[in-house]
Design a protein around this ligand. Structure first.
Ligand SMILES: Nc1ncnc2c1ncn2[C@@H]1O[C@H](COP(=O)(O)OP(=O)(O)OP(=O)(O)O)[C@@H](O)[C@H]1O
Ligand SMILES: O=P(O)(O)OC[C@H]1O[C@](O)(CO)[C@@H](O)[C@@H]1O
Ligand SMILES: [Mg+2]
Length: 543
């Protein structure tokens, strides 16, 4: 696939078959060219590697204006400006109580240079560059900004036809020297929503530790997601360093999770009644949408409450972020299923191993698990359409693999190939569409196909669904959770509300919630990573 355009630096891949891409040049910046040829198949996709919501779209940019870049950068700065309690209240900050120099919750009196260095305060004006990339060299991980020389360079992110350099800066996360809450008076709440994710307990634990370090002693957990705000039978869970000390050793969430049932007005009533000043909300896209609505309602009611999100999703489907916590662990856990599928397939006569992994709209888990295992012959993700039948279909390719290698292993994401299944209108409690089971479907089709062509095939299907998320965070996720949890608290004390904490290009940042939930983040079929996956599996296009 080739790149046709981009908005705000996010590349837009041409999803059409190669044969159709030659006609694209004349319409390099036309959004019509974004239409998938297989529009029906892709109509359901609202996710994208395609577009980050644009205040200015390319079609609105007058590239003949000498100052277009300046305007673009100013607009970007405005969009990524963080909502602050100062926007509503006439409040003065006070010196922070967060100090690593003196471990007690005393007020720091005008920190000296040494103390400041030790505490590592971040200036409100510090920014991290959103548009950058990194690669690994012998010496380790090196951060580097790519200057794309052509819109056709792999993964190119271009704004204008010359692909010129445009800077997009976002706010750096971390403790500020000035804070907007009196820690002794603060009541902080933590809530975990949506599905489970490895690392939830690690984040809860770090939020509690950091709050206590500021001097907060009223910390509560809201049980079972947003439900805990209005279900009368559920009481707050008091939290302290002692309570959360070892919770990271277990998977799940100490507080429990749930889907559905969010009435924003009821939740805000409950926040008001409980006297919560800071609310830390851990969840995915849906949870973030809820959190933003809660933030707006608090704003409307002139409540001095800071709403800070920590993105939680094994699917890794939050925009702009390098990755979300839980993703690495899920990929690692998926290795066991893939390895078992491989062993079964490899040891059987004409064995076909099939593994289905989570990934509602995004194929990151499946792509990364396939890449890391090195045992996958066919990787199927929601972002890349495929046919099972026909001369170029998956089934024909499996026949070829059986003939040439004697066995094959397929890894499919739960959201892949939904156009091949009968649609149901069923939804879960949060309103998410309940998908048909693509794993079972492919299993049946493989069996049917091989029977029809008269070739014996021994199909082994493994569905490790919940096993990849109902587990403890691995080491790299545990570190990510630690940093995100601590930064969430710093963000609240800094007076921000309606923000999410993330890692962008290896730097920790705060982002306004709407910018990260415009659509689920998806695998870009034009990305080097997907190309690497294809190189590794050796699979053809299945169309
Ligand atoms: N648009 C929305 N506005 C308000 N609340 C929402 C919205 N979408 C979802 N929610 C609420 O957010 C909570 C979590 O949503 P959801 O079940 O979709 O999980 P999620 O946060 O997307 O996490 P996961 O990655 O596990 O799907 C639910 O309680 C749901 O009711
Ligand atoms: O069965 P549950 O708890 O609704 O969760 C399943 C969903 O959770 C996720 O991991 C995250 O959204 C999806 O990939 C999956 O569809
Ligand atoms: Mg969701």
């Amino acid at each position: 696939m080739a790149l046709v355009s981009s908005i705000n630096g996010i590349g837009i891949a041409d999803p059409r078959p190669h044969s159709l891409q030659s006609e694209r040049n004349h319409s390099l910046f036309s959004f019509n060219s974004l239409r998938f040829m297989r529009s029906e198949r892709n109509a359901r996709k609202r996710c994208s590697y395609l577009v980050v919501r644009a205040a200015i779209t390319n079609s609105e940019i007058d590239f003949t204006d000498q100052d277009w870049k300046k305007h673009f950068e100013e607009d970007f700065e405005k969009r990524f400006n963080l909502p602050h309690l100062r926007d509503v209240f006439d409040i003065e900050p006070s010196p922070t109580t967060f100090s690593l120099k003196s471990r007690g919750p005393q007020i720091v009196d005008g920190a000296n240079a040494l103390g400041e260095r030790k505490n590592g305060y971040v200036n409100e004006d510090d920014r991290a560059l959103l548009k950058a990339s990194f690669y690994v060299q012998e010496m380790g991980v090196i951060s580097e900004v790519i200057r794309f020389s052509s819109p056709t360079s792999a993964g190119a992110e271009c704004i204008d036809p010359d692909c010129s350099w445009v800077e997009q800066w976002v706010h750096r996360a971390g403790p500020r020297k000035q804070i907007y809450f009196e820690p002794g008076k603060v009541k902080a709440g933590i809530v975990t929503c949506g599905g489970l994710c490895p690392g939830l307990n690690d984040v809860i634990r770090q939020i509690v530790f950091t709050l206590e370090l500021y001097g907060v002693n009223k910390i509560v957990g809201i049980p079972f997601g947003y439900r805990g705000f209005f279900d009368q039978g559920l009481s707050e869970i008091p939290l302290s360093r002692q309570v959360v000390q070892n919770i990271n050793l277990a998977g799940g969430s100490l507080l429990g999770v749930s889907r559905g049932g969010a009435s924003v007005s009821d939740i805000v009533d409950s926040i008001q009644a409980r006297g919560i000043d800071m609310l830390f909300i851990l969840g995915g896209n849906g949870t973030h949408a809820g959190a933003n609505a809660i933030h707006n309602e608090c704003h409307k009611r002139k409540m001095k409450v800071s709403i800070v999100c920590v993105p939680k999703t094994i699917d890794n489907d939050i925009l702009l972020m390098d990755k979300t916590f839980g993703f690495d662990t899920a990929v690692e856990e998926a290795q066991r299923a893939i390895n078992s599928a491989y062993i079964e397939a490899h040891s059987a006569y004409h064995g076909v191993g099939l593994v289905k992994l989570m990934g509602r709209s995004s194929g990151f888990i499946t792509m990364h698990a396939s890449l890391s295992s090195g045992q996958i012959d066919v990787c199927l993700i929601p972002e890349v359409p495929f046919n099972l039948e026909g001369p170029y279909g998956v089934l024909r390719h499996l026949e070829h693999l059986i003939q040439t290698k004697g066995s094959a292993v397929v890894c499919v994401a739960e959201g892949a190939g939904q156009d091949l299944l009968e649609k149901s209108n069923a939804k879960d409690a949060s309103g998410n569409v309940i998908f048909g089971d693509i794993g079972v479907h492919i299993q049946q089709q493989i069996k049917r196909h091989f029977k029809e062509v008269g070739v014996p095939a021994d199909v082994k299907y493994i569905d490790p669904t919940y096993m990849i998320r109902a587990c403890r965070a691995n080491a790299s996720d545990a570190i990510l959770c630690t940093v995100l949890g601590q930064n969430a608290v710093h963000g609240a004390f800094a007076g921000y509300s309606g923000i999410s904490v993330g890692i962008c290009n290896t730097h920790y940042v705060y982002l306004p919630i709407p910018e990260v939930i415009t659509s689920p983040r998806c695998v870009d079929p034009n990305s080097r990573m997907w190309h690497r996956c294809l190189t590794s599996t050796g699979q053809p296009d299945f169309l």
